[in-house]
Design a protein around this ligand. Structure first.
Ligand code: SF4
Length: 223
């Protein structure tokens, strides 16, 4: 991919289902390709189904929805060089831009105005060793208001994941400074069980329920 074209899987309008912007109408730009191989990846269809589009065309298609937020997602969006100028251009157009990233690439080059939702992959993903150490370091080093553009997301499939997550959060005192969204791996853990653990431990994390999977068929694309 060049710095002016992107491999796009889909551009669509939906309700943001996750994170601190859940519930807002959102224009999604889903970039194709990842290859990280997380167990339980629910966007495998974005792996190699994509069409090449000019950056200007991507912007035109996304802003036509007139949504209050635009999310760049994937696949893994940070693998494509043109995603960086794409995010900057959207910010320059006064769009509220969210980035959803798998967390194995540093967000250092991402425009500071972008709200970064960074996965911390737990043991059940099979890739917990590959969470990029830069991301927690950059978040902790950021001064307000830039600090508030970092948010972390952890998808929990069971008790081992939960214990791993609480230990990591405590080690870096992440709950003191950042929004921590904790969700369940759909169908693998009862959200009520995760809710009980969060309450029992007085954990400063927010339970998220992947709203779109309750609104529509969980296997449906483009939501
Ligand atoms: S980083 Fe995201 S898109 Fe890539 S394999 Fe993991 S879950 Fe799937």
């Amino acid at each position: 991919m060049s710095s002016t074209t992107l491999e796009i899987n889909e551009i669509f309008h939906s309700i943001q289902g996750e994170g601190s912007f859940a519930g807002w109408p959102c224009a999604f730009i889903r970039l194709a390709g990842c290859g990280h191989g997380c167990i339980g990846c629910d966007t495998g269809y974005a792996e190699d189904e994509g069409v090449e589009l000019e950056r200007e065309e991507v912007i035109k298609r996304a802003i036509r929805f007139r949504a209050p937020v635009i999310e760049i997602t994937g696949g893994e969006p940070l693998l494509q060089p043109a995603v960086y100028p794409l995010m900057t251009q959207l910010c320059d157009l006064n769009q509220k831009v969210l980035l959803e990233t798998g967390g194995f690439i540093s967000v250092e080059k991402v425009d500071k105005r972008v709200h970064k939702i960074i996965d911390l992959k737990p043991p059940s993903s099979g890739v917990a060793e590959q969470n990029h150490p830069d991301n927690i370091r950059l978040a902790l080093a950021a001064e307000p208001p830039h600090r508030h553009t970092f948010e972390f997301k952890i998808v929990i499939a069971g008790k081992e994941d939960y214990e791993w997550a609480t230990s990591l959060l405590q080690q870096h005192q992440l709950t003191d400074f950042f929004t921590i969204m904790m969700g369940v791996s759909f169908g693998k853990l009862d959200p009520a069980e995760l809710a009980a653990w969060i309450l029992r431990d007085r954990l400063r994390a927010r339970l998220q329920l992947q709203l779109h999977k309750y609104l529509w068929d969980p296997s449906r694309k483009g939501v």
